[in-house]
Write a protein that binds this ligand. Structure first.
Ligand code: SAM
Length: 242
């Protein structure tokens, strides 16, 4: 397979779904141990970028995984109605368990491919997306940006975050060791070393959020670039103009 064919292949939605179905059983625990709790801190930091004086009634958690972002969302907007979307049936099963155990089933969960979404126009005040961008290529990021634009109400907020390659050589070396070796090693205990290795491949090919920021900006959003913890995560936040 040529390099280009391989790139297309790893961004194929069926392939991505299979990767996330395979990592789902231990995703939370591997995430927690391997990041020393940093992933949860990053989700909190992402939400802290949002305007303090706003009270979103309807929030969309794009690429929700197993609902890891709901806690900081609800802390920020206790009354908000969350709709969470993902296409991995195994991740969704985890999200449903979390919804029943901890959230009294208050979250509306939709199983669908966001690249072919039936979400209604102008139906959300806030769109949140944590660690979901890396498995998309530019064309797919553009579809996601158009979807975000379609579903957000005018004046609505958006915030995205993704793991990224730090600029500092020492930090980058530690980071790469972490994603290339530690995460797959931890994943091997559940028999899914290869699938966890794919998360490293996605992160390295994503690099940082500069490209995604530019694609989202083309939709007319007013955005600011965000860099977290020495550049180990990047993203952007802002609003859809009124
Ligand atoms: C790294 S997980 C992030 C989960 C969660 N947001 C978090 O904070 O950990 C990325 C999620 O995106 C989902 N995903 C990837 N491509 C998708 C698509 N085209 N449509 C719907 N979900 C998708 C995967 O199933 C996976 O659960």
């Amino acid at each position: 397979m040529s390099r280009n064919q391989q790139k297309r292949h790893i961004h194929n939605p069926d392939y991505t779904k299979d990767v996330f179905n395979k990592v789902s059983r231990t995703y939370d625990i591997v995430n927690l141990i391997s990041s020393c709790g940093l992933a949860n801190l990053l989700r909190k930091l992402m939400i802290s970028r949002l305007g303090k004086d706003t009270h979103p009634q309807q929030t969309l958690d794009l690429l929700c995984g197993m609902g890891e972002t709901w806690k900081p969302i609800i802390k920020y907007a206790p009354e908000t109605q969350i709709t969470a979307v993902d296409f991995s049936d195994e991740m969704i099963a985890g999200a449903r368990r979390r919804n029943a155990r901890h959230y009294n089933n208050r979250v509306g969960i939709i199983e669908e491919n966001v690249l072919d979404s039936g979400l209604k126009e102008h139906s959300f005040d806030l769109v949140v997306c944590a660690f979901g961008l890396k498995s998309f290529d530019n064309e797919q990021i553009e579809i996601l940006a158009k979807l975000t634009n379609r579903v957000l109400k005018p004046g609505g907020q958006l915030v995205f975050i993704e793991m990224s390659l730090p600029k500092n050589l020492l930090v980058k070396t530690i980071f790469l060791w972490h994603v290339r070796y530690l995460v797959p090693f931890l994943g091997s205990f559940s028999g899914n070393r290869k699938a966890f290795g794919m998360l490293a491949k996605y992160t390295v090919s994503y690099r940082d959020s500069i490209n995604a920021l530019s694609i989202f900006s083309q939709q007319g959003f007013q955005l600011q670039y965000d860099s977290y913890i020495l550049g180990s995560a990047t993203g952007f936040h802002g609003r859809k103009p009124m």
